[in-house]
Ligand binder design. Structure first.
Ligand SMILES: C[S@@+](CC[C@H](N)C(=O)[O-])C[C@H]1O[C@@H](n2cnc3c(N)ncnc32)[C@H](O)[C@@H]1O
Length: 251
């Protein structure tokens, strides 16, 4: 059997979010590139494997290691969350296209929605969900004009926020309104997990530490903003769908 490179969506931190297929392929791989946070939480599954921190290497160094390892075994990369959004691993996936497989995982936004017990769209509240970051990756990190996507009927999901909370809420209030709900989810699925919820007006008072500094370690906080967070879904929306959509399909 030809060895392969598996890019496995590893979820927000806990191995419990790994898919069965991802786990199978991780078990088959003798070499693993795993960001530091997974070394601790995935300890049980990394036992006996050669584990490397991908962020210690340059692109060509990883390529050389992978080519060397491929002669002996399959290789797994544990990807934070899932490959769909804000993943730095795409250059490797493009490079090894024929020899690799990408395995989906639980994105941080999926885990956040589950923790809040909220779907991120609701009829007449929000039909659009914007996944974005306050900064963009150009030559260096530069400000990104995320405000162009901010609307009252949009749910905003912010990754890698670097704007101080006071300033962020000040920018958002004129568009979203001061009573707009906001939740900050810190280190989802890790022992330090915290969830702080409030409104754009009062969230700053509720937050006691800086969740967004990424100087010493990567910032592991996600922000969700939008009216879906405090609206209850109407019971009648189920019956409406049954009568007007699902029943018609049976005929
Ligand atoms: C490079 S992005 C990775 C996103 C990932 N590819 C995904 O599918 O969710 C890193 C950002 O994701 C969020 N993040 C990653 N892990 C997290 C966690 N365990 N709890 C909360 N936010 C997290 C933070 O906003 C962090 O700055």
């Amino acid at each position: 059997m030809k060895h392969k490179i598996y890019f496995i969506g590893a979820g927000p931190g806990s191995p419990e979010h790994l898919t069965l297929y991802g786990l199978k392929k991780l078990k088959e791989s003798r070499y693993v590139f795993a960001p530091n946070i997974y070394r601790k939480t995935f300890q049980k599954y990394l036992k006996g494997k050669e584990v490397y921190e991908p962020f210690d290497f340059l692109f060509h160094e990883i390529v050389n290691l992978v080519n060397k390892f491929l002669e002996k075994s399959s290789i797994a990369f544990l990807l934070p969350g899932d490959e769909t959004v804000f993943s730095p691993f795409q250059p490797f996936i493009d490079y090894f296209k024929q020899d690799c497989e990408v395995i989906p995982g639980v994105g941080v936004v999926n885990a956040a929605s589950a923790l809040l017990k909220k779907t991120l769209d609701l009829p007449n509240v929000a039909n659009t969900i914007v996944l974005t970051s306050t900064r963009s990756f150009k030559a260096a990190f530069e400000d990104h004009d995320f405000m162009q996507f901010v609307k009252r009927d949009v749910t905003l999901v912010l990754y890698m926020n670097h704007i101080p909370l006071e300033e962020l809420t000040k920018r958002l209030i004129p568009v979203m309104g001061e009573n707009c709900p906001i939740s900050i989810l810190y280190k989802i699925s890790l022992p330090e997990q915290e969830i702080i919820s409030g409104t754009l007006k009062n969230i700053c008072k509720k937050v006691k530490k800086d969740y967004f500094s990424s100087v010493k370690e990567p910032s592991m906080a996600m922000i969700l903003i939008g009216y879906v967070l405090n609206k209850r879904a109407k019971k009648s929306s189920w019956d409406y769908r049954k009568k007007h959509i699902w029943d018609k399909r049976k005929k």
